[in-house]
Design a protein around this ligand. Structure first.
Ligand code: TXE
Length: 490
């Protein structure tokens, strides 16, 4: 059993309350580590440390910040196997995914390292030629970064890399269900040589998160998690009127047209929903299929799905691991039962795994078919390995079904008709539209949602604006006297 410590102002500490939270390995349901349950005072201390470090960090040259971020990327790459193993042990994701994700994480820090010394302002030509005007990008201050359990390190990199590159200091609160990889990662922050207090990691449950975001010295919140928690956080943050970035869930449509390459589309559908056991915000959990190819697609999908290899997440052959925790397991099983009761037709899966060697939170990859887009399984986020297939007849119907959701995170389109694909991409309400691919990520592309999937963007250079204030500086070059009682607009 490993006992972990939180990182506050460069010091590793357990809570003065001596209270801990257990971390379970979802593969065997065994408690394998403990994280400290920090008190509100200790969380406050972390924010104050971040606040004290802000001036030094903000005033450091961009080149020095970039050097540290590159060093961090090197260390992540060096420790990729170890970090991937920790992640898979803590949240049950298969090692072939976590290894890949850790390298993607390193890439993300490297990407933003490249911007740390290129935070450009602009000189703005004005009507009045005797005014010199320019903008500068300034860091916000202390930023609270709250992450979920499904991909702790990649989700954190989406926030931490731009926050640090732009000169902010941070307090991180990882999910109580999977904090360990973030605490191990914090060791690399230390090793890379970041000044004490620039990055702090506090641990605890939702109450710890609540204490963090409400702290008066926190100047921005960036959150990845569930919609209901986002609503609670938004309400709290609105009192302080500080900016917030929300990366939330989805019920993303993956649309297969009759003119698609069906083999590729079926692989894309499997990648969309059964990758990471469906525990990703971008899961393509609604598969819209043109009626003329419905039977072929159903058959091919069921065949592929029945062959998915469930097993130990640490085994490189395993394709699907357990779901991450008991809450998720119960929620998903509950939604499957509800779908059956509401008349959705079960095509495969539909229960916890019957393989007696698998003792963890395993759920069979499951596919439902329904013609009723209003049943819960067709419109609510499951966040598990459950796909719902819905038929459509025309392009218009596909667009209507795709957009008939409270969410707007991602969508997929499978067709060989390039004009149709682009026309549709413009009409679909989502932050990301994939054409003839799904669940493909690159650090240079903006990622985020609309509607109840959140707002603000992560990854890509646009994110620099999420972590900075733009300041305008205007200089009078004229020697003329002005009229003090009239605003100068010329
Ligand atoms: O997430 P929560 P949970 C969805 C998914 C899942 C549901 C709930 O459908 O079933 O959300 O998952 C912290 N103030 N997603 O309960 O509660 C919490 O400690 C401040 C989608 O795990 O949203 C954790 O660090 N912080 C999602 C983080 O918020 C608070 C990924 C997320 O927890 C808080 C995960 C509060 N009042 C789940 N309450 C995605 N977008 O990918 C909790 N937290």
């Amino acid at each position: 059993m490993k006992i972990y410590q939180a990182l506050v102002g460069g010091q590793w500490k357990v809570s003065s309350s001596e209270r801990f939270l257990p971390s379970y390995n979802p593969y065997n349901q065994e408690e394998w580590a403990q994280i400290p349950l920090l008190t509100n005072e200790e969380i406050s201390e972390a924010v104050e440390c971040a606040h004290r470090s802000f001036k030094e960090w903000k005033n450091m040259s961009g080149l020095d910040r970039a050097t540290l971020l590159h060093r961090l990327s090197d260390l992540i790459e060096e420790h990729a196997d170890y970090l991937a193993e920790i992640e898979s042990t803590d949240n049950g994701k298969v090692i072939r995914e976590t290894k890949n994700q850790i390298l993607f994480t390193a890439r993300n820090y490297r990407y933003f390292a490249g911007y740390a010394d290129k935070l450009l302002g602009e000189a703005i030509p004005l009507d009045n030629r005797e005014l010199l005007d320019y903008t500068i990008m300034e860091p916000i201050g202390v930023v609270a970064l709250i992450t979920a359990w499904n991909s702790p390190l990649p989700l954190l990199a989406n926030k931490l890399a731009p926050a640090l590159a732009t000169g902010n200091t941070v307090v991180i609160k990882p999910s109580e269900h999977a904090s360990i990889s973030t605490l191990e990662f914090a060791r690399l922050i230390e090793k890379a040589g970041f000044p004490a207090g620039v990055v702090n990691v506090v641990t605890g449950d939702g109450k710890a998160g609540d204490a963090l975001i409400r702290h008066p010295l926190v100047g921005k919140v960036s959150f990845t998690g569930g919609t209901q928690t986002a609503q609670v956080i938004s309400r709290a943050v609105s009192e302080k009127l500080i900016p917030i970035t929300l990366e939330l869930g989805g019920k993303s449509p993956n649309i297969i047209f009759e003119d698609a390459d069906i083999d590729e589309a079926v692989i894309g559908a499997v990648a969309g929903i059964f990758g990471a056991s469906g525990q990703t915000c971008i899961a393509g959990s609604r598969l819209l299929v043109q009626r003329s190819i419905l039977e072929i697609v159903k058959q091919a999908l069921v065949e592929k799905t029945n062959k998915i290899k469930l097993g130990n997440p640490l085994d490189s052959e395993t394709e699907m691991g357990p779901v991450a925790n008991i809450n998720q397991f119960n929620k998903i099983i509950g939604m499957i039962e509800e779908a059956k009761n509401q008349g959705a037709i079960l095509l495969c899966g539909g229960k916890s795994s019957e393989n007696s060697n698998l003792k963890g939170f395993y759920i069979e990859p499951t596919i439902f078919y329904t013609e009723n887009p209003k049943v819960n399984i067709a419109c609510e986020e499951v966040f598990g390995p459950v796909l719902t297939i819905l038929p459509f007849d025309s392009v218009e119907e596909a667009i209507h079904l795709a957009n008939d959701s409270v969410y707007g995170l991602a969508a997929g389109i499978w067709t060989r008709d390039i004009k149709k694909a682009h026309r549709l991409a413009q009409q679909i309400e989502a932050g990301t539209v994939w054409i003839n691919t799904y669940r493909t990520s690159q650090v240079g592309t903006p990622f985020g949602g609309i509607k109840q999937s959140g707002f603000g963007r992560e990854r890509s250079w646009h994110t620099l604006y999420e972590y900075t204030h733009m300041k305008n500086i205007m200089v009078n070059l004229s020697d003329n006297k002005r009229d003090p009682f009239s605003m100068q607009t010329k």
